[in-house]
Unconditional design. Sequence first.
Length: 359
Amino acid sequence: MELKKKLATIFQQFQTEHTFKGFETFNSGHINDTFLILTQEEVNYVLQRINTTVFKKAIDVIHNKIKITQHLSKKGIQTIHFIPTKENSYSLIDNDNHLWNLSEFIENSQTFLKVNANDIAYQAGLITAEFLAQTSDFENDLVETLPNFHSMSFRFQEFQNALNATSKIRKQKAQKWIDFALANKKEMMVLDRAINQKEIRLRVTHNDTKISNILFDTNNKAICMIDLDTVMKGCIHFDYGDALRTICNTTDEDEVNVSAINFNLNYFKNYTEGFLKSLANNISKQEASYLPISIQVMTFIMGLRFLTDYLNNDVYYKTKHSNHNLERANNQFSLVQKIREQQHEINSFVKSTYMSSCH
Ligand code: GN1
Ligand code: MG
């Protein structure tokens, strides 16, 4: 079926009083498909198709999203608002077994693919930590929709499996980063160890805090987190490190010119100030002590996942050409090296900001 007709058919099955007029495609996601739905009445919606190959428990993804947004709404915190179908379900399964969900589009909002000002980084820090602070009292259980999502040992296991099965040519092309991954394994397990030893606690985390998943108003003030697909249990370090991985990278995630890659310390400082301001009463000294290294760890884990997918012949992420995942791995691992060069400064800034903004 033609896409426009298909989207109109899906949209009509949700509880809205508006009439489908057209659509636009959001291009930034690596997994799911997301569309802006335009209506005759000029009220817009966001319609999302969940990739059921990646999200085997897609129904539970919706369950988690509904639970968390209801929790936030009840507290008067601005968040996404999901719309039920005419059959009173928050998801719809189409004839091809794809799962769809619909939410209201927040008007006068914007997202950024790149940060271009300190204040945007500061706002991003405030809002990612506010999400953590406002969900820290959430008591119901969220379903682990993608088990071991940010577990480094799990990601290394998957990498090892891919390495054992990959073609000679892909292995050869990726050799430099295969060696890099293996050489850094022990050091990059630091968050896994801290979790296992209960030095840092598990709580609700967003798990995909890249800058494009933060909604801003037209005055560049952060409104709320979007893309709640991976909301699960995790530690604050996942969200802190993942956000900085994209905010401070001076290039795009798949930029091939690695000499252009740098870690922007000003954005790091602004983000960290905002983050610790919102999380002030909700973070222990021990948790704070793992924030600096989490920036390397989260950047590394993305590099490892892109590399693994490259070795697996690109079965997970959407790719535009056959080297795309290798280029992404190249970018992320190069960024890890850049972060490393500034690690001392990162450590002391987090420490002093924690001392001044948290008790
Ligand atoms: C994926 O689909 P998207 O772009 O929201 C991935 C994240 C990665 C991100 C890298 C479910 O997110 O973990 O950080 O790509 N999501 C899943 O840009 O694997
Ligand atoms: Mg996502």
